[in-house]
Write a protein that binds this ligand. Structure first.
Ligand SMILES: [Zn+2]
Length: 1011
C-alpha cells in the first residue's frame, strides 16, 4: 500500500504537469491538457476541494477541533500573548531575497533592511495589532482582536451622506448642465425633483459632509423631495451637479494607507497611490473583494443583490519595497493540507507539539512532513516561524519541484517566436521595415534574472504571406538560411536545430536576418496570407522544442489565402447595436479557438499586433489571445512615420514586463461546519481557458491582467470565524523555474445586509459587472445587457434602501457610502463604445471586448472615468501632476488646456482663448488660428520650463500604463471635438444619458421597486 495520509512524501507522477499531489486520495477530474492529479494513493475518494468535503477516514488518535470555536488554542483563561520573539530568534532574509529550503536551525545573515513587515528582532515586541496575534485564533471565550467582527468603522465610512441641494434650498434647475432629454428617449424626468430636507448637509458647491447622526451602514442620501405629497406635479430639473458624488472629490478624501490586518474594511480606491501596512492579508493590488464582510448565508447574500466576487491580479506591479519573498522548497516541495491541498500559510495552526497542523481553509489535520518539523511553544508557534516567509507573509513564491512540472521534467527556458506578415500591405505600411529595425535593440531588453548579463529567453523568426518562411540562425552558418514551406495545408517545421537562438549569442545572425527580410519582400505583390497556419507553425516550433513561451504575431490583413484558417469578410457595420451584433462577435470558424486550446496545452501564449487597413475579423483571430491569456494591440491604418513610436513602445513594454508561462491558477475557499465548503468559486471571467470547473489555465499571464471569480454559498458561515481564501498561481518563470505564487486573505462575516454594505468595494463590483457584460456580448443584444446592468444596480440600491435606511423619507434617493459612485461609472460604461458604440468598427468592438475581459482595475477605472488634467495654470516649481478635475465640459475653460487620458488615447484639448504665450511655449506656434492639430503627432520638447513640465507630466501618465497612449490634439470647436466630448463622461453625448439623467432614472426604478 502506498503511504497513508500521514507523513507521506508526495508521489512523483509520471503523467504530465500536475496539480499538487494529493495525499488523501482526492481525485480531480483528469484534465485533457496534461495537468493531472496523481492517482489516489489510498483508494479513498474525495471530491475536489471546491465541491464539499467528506470526513476523512480517521487516522489514529486524530482529533477534530470543535467546529464552532475556531481553531484550538493553547491555554485559555487569562492568557496573554507574549511577543512571539522570545527565545532564540534568527532574522530572516530581507524581502525579495531567496530563502533557502531549510529545516529549522539554520543561520541566516541578518537583514540589513529592517522593513516594518519583518518580524521583530530579538527583544523587540510586536505592536499589539501586528501579525503575531492576528494569525492566532483566540481560545474559548476569548475575543478576537480587532481583526474580526465588531469592527468599528471610522465615522466617514459609516455616516449617512445626503445629497445634494444647497442649505435649505430647493434644487434649482440647472439647464445648462442637464439639457432636456431628446425626443424619444426613455429616460423619465426626475420623479419628484430632488429637493432639500432638514437632514441634508450639503452646500451647493461644497464637498460632501458628514451629518452628525449616523446610522448603521454608510449612506449617501439624496434629500427627499420638497413636495413628495404631490408626486404628479411636474418638477423642474433637479440636481446641482457640483454636489453629486464624483470620483474627483472622493479621491481628495480617500485614505492613503491600508491596514490589511483590520478585517471588514474595504481598501482605498484603486486610483489612489496608497501604501499597504501590516501585511496579514494580501495587498489589494493582488486581490480585491466586492465585500469585506462576507454574507453569513445565501439568504443575506441574495438580499444584498450584489455579486460576491473577487478580482485577482496575480502578477500585478507592486512597489519595490513590497516585493514578494521567494522560498526554495526543493527537493521536497511545499507543505500542503492533505484534505483541500491548500498551501502552508500564516493562518495554518500547529498542534500536537508541532507534529500536525490544522488547515485554515478546511479544518483538516495534516501530519507535518519530517523535513518540515519544528518545535512549537505553548502557543503553538514554531521556533522557526520568523525564518519562514510562508508563516509570516500573506503573499510569497515557492520554487517547486518536478511534481509541479509537465511530464515531471523541469521546463526548458521559455522561447518567443516572432511571426511576421510580409505581404504587400505589411511592407507598404512600413511595419516590416520598422519591426526589423527595432527588434534587435528590443531583444537586448528581454527580462533576465537579477544579476544575469543576458536573458535566457530564446527567440525564433517566421515570416508569412501565401507561404511560410523559417529562418535558420545557427552560428555555424555564414548567413541566415531561409526555408520555405509552400504546402500550407498541413504545416510542418522544416528545422529545429538553429531555429531558436539566445539573442545575446546570435546577434550577428539576428542582425543579418533583420536586414534581409525587408529587402527580400520589398517587391511583394502578395495580398493574401495564411495567418492561421503561420501561427500554427510558431506553435509547433515551440511544441517540438518542448519550450513554453509566446508567439508574437504581426499581421495586417484578413487571411484569405486557401489554407486552414481562411476567413471570409463578414463585416457589417449596420448590425452594430442591433440584435445581429452578437453574431459578429462570435468566431466565424472554430479553427482559431481550437488552435489556441492546443497552444494552452503546451504553454504557448499568443500576442497579436494588428495593423489593419480594413476588416480582419478580430472576433475570430482574437481567440488566439483570449484563450491563451495573451494581449491584442491594434493600430488601424498604420503608418510607420505616424504610429511607429507607439508600436515600438508597446512591443518594448510587452517584452519587458513581468510574465509567467504555462500557468494554472486556483482559488481555494473556506470550509465551514462539517467540513463542507461553505463558499466556493462558481463563475470565472477573464481571458483564459478552463478544462474543468476549478482551474484557470493560462498559457501566459502578466502584470496587466485581471480575473474575476464569483463565489457562492453552499452553506451557512459562522459569524465569529474568519473566512479564508487562497489563490495559487503555478507558472514557469522567465528563467525556466517552476514557481507557485500564493496570495492569502481573510474576511470577517457579515450577519446582516447592513454589515455587508458597510464594506463593499466599488471597484470589484464594477469589474464584475463590466466583465460579465463583455462576456455576454456575443450571446445577447447590447440593449438587453444594458437593461440588465441597470436593473441590477437599481435592485442593489433598492435593497440597500429597504434594509439599511428604513427611516428615511420614501422620496429620497439614498446611496450606500461605499457604492455612491456606482451610478457615474455604470452610466459611463453603458455609454461606452463597447456597450453602445455604433460609430466604431466591428473589429474595434471585438478588440474592446477583449480588453475589457482582462483589464486590470486601474485601467478599467481610467477608461470609465478619464483623468482630466489642467495644463494652463501649472506650477512650474512642482514635479507633481496637476490635480485632476471632473470629467465634464462645464469644468473646461476657454482659456484653458487639458490632458484627457482614457487609457488608450491622450487628448490635449485647447480652448479658443488660450494664452498665446502658452501656445508659443508648448508648440512654438504664435496663435490659436495657426494651430493645425492634424499635422501634430507628437509634442516636441522645447527649451522652456512649461514645455519641460508638460513633457514631465506626459511621462508620469505614460509610466502608469501597460500600453502607449495615442496623442490627439483637439482645438475647441474643431471637427475632432465631438469625439473628444464623447469622453467627458458626466455629460450627455450622442443622446446618451448624462450622469444626472441616469441618476434620476435609477431613482425612479428604485422607487418602483420599493413600492
Ligand atoms: Zn485544507
Amino acid at each position: 500500500m502506498p503511504p497513508s495520509s500521514t507523513g507521506q512524501q508526495f508521489p512523483a507522477s509520471s503523467q504530465g504537469l500536475q496539480m499538487p499531489p494529493s495525499s488523501t486520495g482526492q481525485q480531480f477530474p483528469p484534465s485533457s491538457q496534461g495537468f493531472q492529479m496523481p492517482p489516489s494513493s489510498t483508494g479513498q475518494q474525495f471530491p475536489p476541494s471546491s465541491q464539499g468535503f467528506q470526513m476523512p477516514p480517521s487516522s489514529t488518535g486524530q482529533q477534530f477541533p470543535p467546529v464552532s470555536q475556531g481553531l484550538q488554542m493553547p491555554p485559555t483563561t487569562g492568557q496573554q500573548f507574549p511577543p512571539s520573539s522570545q527565545g532564540e530568534q534568527l532574522l530572516p532574509p530581507g524581502r525579495g531575497q531567496q530563502y533557502p529550503s531549510s529545516s529549522q536551525g539554520q543561520q541566516y545573515p541578518p537583514s540589513s533592511q529592517g522593513q516594518p513587515l519583518l518580524p521583530p528582532s530579538k527583544g523587540q515586541k510586536y505592536p499589539p495589532s501586528a501579525q503575531g496575534q492576528q494569525m492566532l485564533p483566540p481560545g474559548r471565550g476569548q475575543q478576537y482582536p480587532p481583526l474580526s467582527q465588531g469592527q468599528q468603522l471610522p465615522p466617514s465610512s459609516q455616516g449617512q451622506q445626503t445629497l445634494p441641494p444647497g442649505r435649505g434650498q430647493q434644487f434649482q434647475p440647472s439647464s445648462q448642465q442637464t439639457p432636456p432629454l431628446p425626443q424619444g428617449q426613455q429616460l423619465p424626468p426626475p420623479p419628484h425633483g430632488l429637493a432639500s430636507s432638514q437632514r441634508q448637509q450639503f452646500s451647493p458647491q461644497g464637498p460632501l459632509t458628514q451629518p452628525q447622526q449616523q446610522s448603521k451602514g454608510g449612506l449617501a442620501t439624496f434629500p427627499p423631495p420638497m413636495q413628495s405629497q404631490t408626486p404628479n406635479r411636474p418638477q423642474k430639473s433637479a440636481i446641482n451637479p457640483d454636489a453629486m458624488p464624483n470620483p474627483i472629490d472622493e479621491l481628495k478624501n480617500a485614505r492613503t494607507e491600508f491596514q490589511t490586518h483590520v478585517n471588514g474594511v474595504s481598501p482605498p480606491p484603486v486610483m489612489m497611490n496608497y501604501s499597504v501596512k501590516e501585511a496579514v492579508n494580501c495587498s489589494p493590488r493582488f486581490l480585491r473583494s466586492s465585500m469585506y464582510n462576507i454574507p453569513i448565508s445565501s439568504g443575506v447574500m441574495k438580499d444584498t443583490k450584489l455579486p460576491l466576487s473577487v478580482c485577482i491580479q496575480p502578477l500585478n506591479k507592486i512597489p519595490p519595497q513590497d516585493q514578494l519573498p521567494i522560498v526554495n522548497t526543493l527537493p521536497h516541495g511545499p507543505v500542503r493540507c492533505n484534505r483541500c491541498r491548500a498551501y502552508m500559510n500564516p493562518f495554518m495552526y500547529f498542534i500536537n507539539n508541532g507534529q500536525r497542523f490544522l488547515c485554515n481553509l478546511c479544518n483538516g489535520h495534516t501530519d507535518v512532513p519530517q523535513e518540515y518539523f519544528c518545535n512549537v511553544d505553548h502557543r503553538g508557534i514554531r521556533a522557526d516561524k520568523d525564518m519562514r516567509p510562508e508563516l509570516n507573509f500573506p503573499s510569497y513564491e515557492f520554487i517547486v519541484n518536478q511534481d509541479y512540472c509537465r511530464n515531471n521534467k523541469f521546463p526548458e527556458t521559455p522561447a518567443y517566436v516572432f511571426v511576421i506578415d510580409v505581404s504587400y500591405n505589411s511592407i507598404q505600411s512600413g511595419m516590416v521595415n520598422l519591426l526589423c529595425r527595432s527588434l534587435l535593440p528590443l531583444l537586448d531588453n528581454l527580462p533576465r534574472v537579477d544579476g544575469a548579463d543576458d536573458s535566457d529567453i530564446r527567440v525564433g523568426i517566421i515570416t508569412y504571406d501565401k507561404s511560410i518562411q523559417f529562418y535558420n540562425l545557427k552560428d555555424s552558418l555564414v548567413t541566415p538560411q531561409m526555408l520555405v514551406v509552400a504546402d500550407t495545408e498541413d504545416v510542418f517545421i522544416p528545422l529545429l536545430d538553429g531555429f531558436f537562438v539566445k539573442p545575446a549569442e546570435a546577434k550577428s545572425m539576428l542582425q543579418s536576418v533583420a536586414e534581409q527580410i525587408p529587402a527580400m519582400f520589398q517587391n511583394s505583390r502578395h495580398t493574401e496570407t495564411v495567418l492561421g497556419q503561420a501561427v500554427k507553425a510558431g506553435f509547433l516550433a515551440l511544441k517540438e522544442a518542448e519550450r513554453c513561451g509566446k508567439v508574437f504575431l504581426f499581421n495586417t490583413s484578413l487571411p484569405t489565402a486557401e489554407a486552414p484558417g481562411r476567413l471570409k469578410n463578414r463585416d457589417d457595420r449596420k448590425s452594430l447595436g442591433t440584435d445581429k451584433e452578437k453574431n459578429l462577435l462570435q468566431p466565424q470558424i472554430p479553427f482559431y479557438k481550437n488552435l489556441a486550446k492546443e497552444c494552452v496545452k503546451h504553454g504557448v501564449g499568443v500576442d497579436l499586433f494588428l495593423f489593419p487597413n480594413g476588416y480582419t475579423d478580430v472576433a475570430t483571430i482574437g481567440c488566439l489571445s483570449s484563450v491563451t491569456g495573451g494581449s491584442i494591440y491594434k493600430y488601424s491604418h498604420f503608418k510607420a512615420a505616424q504610429d511607429g513610436a507607439r508600436f515600438c513602445s508597446d512591443l518594448s513594454a510587452n517584452l519587458n514586463r513581468a510574465v509567467g508561462f504555462d500557468a494554472i491558477m486556483r482559488l481555494r475557499t473556506s470550509a465551514g461546519k462539517f467540513r463542507f465548503a461553505s463558499i466556493r468559486p462558481t463563475d470565472f471571467y477573464g481571458n483564459f481557458h478552463m478544462e474543468n470547473v476549478t482551474d484557470i489555465e493560462l498559457a501566459t499571464v502578466d502584470s496587466s491582467k485581471s480575473f474575476n471569480i464569483i463565489i457562492k454559498h453552499d452553506d451557512k458561515l459562522e459569524e465569529n470565524r474568519l473566512v479564508h481564501l487562497q489563490v495559487a498561481l503555478l507558472y514557469t518563470s522567465i528563467n525556466g523555474e517552476r514557481r507557485l505564487r500564493i496570495h492569502n486573505i481573510s474576511f470577517s462575516v457579515g450577519a446582516t445586509v447592513q454589515d455587508v454594505y458597510k464594506s463593499c468595494d466599488l471597484e470589484t463590483v464594477l469589474s464584475t459587472f463590466t466583465k460579465i457584460a463583455a462576456y455576454n456580448l456575443p450571446l445577447n443584444s447590447p440593449k438587453n445587457i444594458r437593461e440588465e446592468i441597470t436593473s441590477q444596480c437599481a435592485q442593489a440600491l433598492a435593497s440597500y434602501r429597504k434594509h439599511c435606511s428604513t427611516g428615511s423619507p420614501p422620496g429620497q434617493l439614498i446611496l450606500p457610502e461605499c457604492l455612491k459612485l456606482l451610478p457615474v461609472f455604470i452610466n459611463s460604461f453603458l455609454n461606452s463604445d463597447l456597450m453602445r458604440g455604433v460609430e466604431i468598427s466591428i473589429d474595434d468592438k471585438s478588440w474592446l471586448r477583449h480588453l475589457m475581459n482582462s483589464m486590470k482595475l486601474e485601467s478599467l477605472l481610467t477608461s470609465l472615468y478619464p483623468r482630466v488634467l489642467p495644463l494652463h495654470n501649472l506650477n512650474l516649481e512642482s514635479s507633481n501632476e496637476p490635480s485632476p478635475i471632473r470629467c465634464t465640459r462645464d469644468k473646461l475653460e476657454k482659456n484653458g488646456a487639458y490632458f484627457l487620458d482614457n487609457g488608450l488615447v491622450l487628448f490635449l484639448w485647447i480652448g479658443s482663448k488660450i494664452d498665446t504665450n502658452w501656445l508659443m511655449n508648448v508648440f512654438g506656434i504664435p496663435s490659436f488660428a495657426e494651430l493645425q492639430p492634424e499635422s501634430i503627432n507628437t509634442i516636441i520638447k522645447l527649451d522652456n520650463p512649461l514645455s519641460e513640465q508638460i513633457h514631465h507630466i506626459m511621462g508620469q501618465i505614460q509610466a502608469r500604463k501597460d500600453r502607449c497612449l495615442k496623442l490627439i490634439i483637439v482645438k475647441e470647436e474643431d471637427r475632432m471635438e465631438p469625439w473628444f466630448n464623447y469622453f467627458l463622461v458626466e455629460d450627455r453625448n450622442r443622446n446618451h444619458p448624462s450622469y444626472v439623467d441616469y441618476l434620476c432614472f435609477l431613482h425612479k426604478q428604485i422607487r418602483e421597486l420599493l413600492e
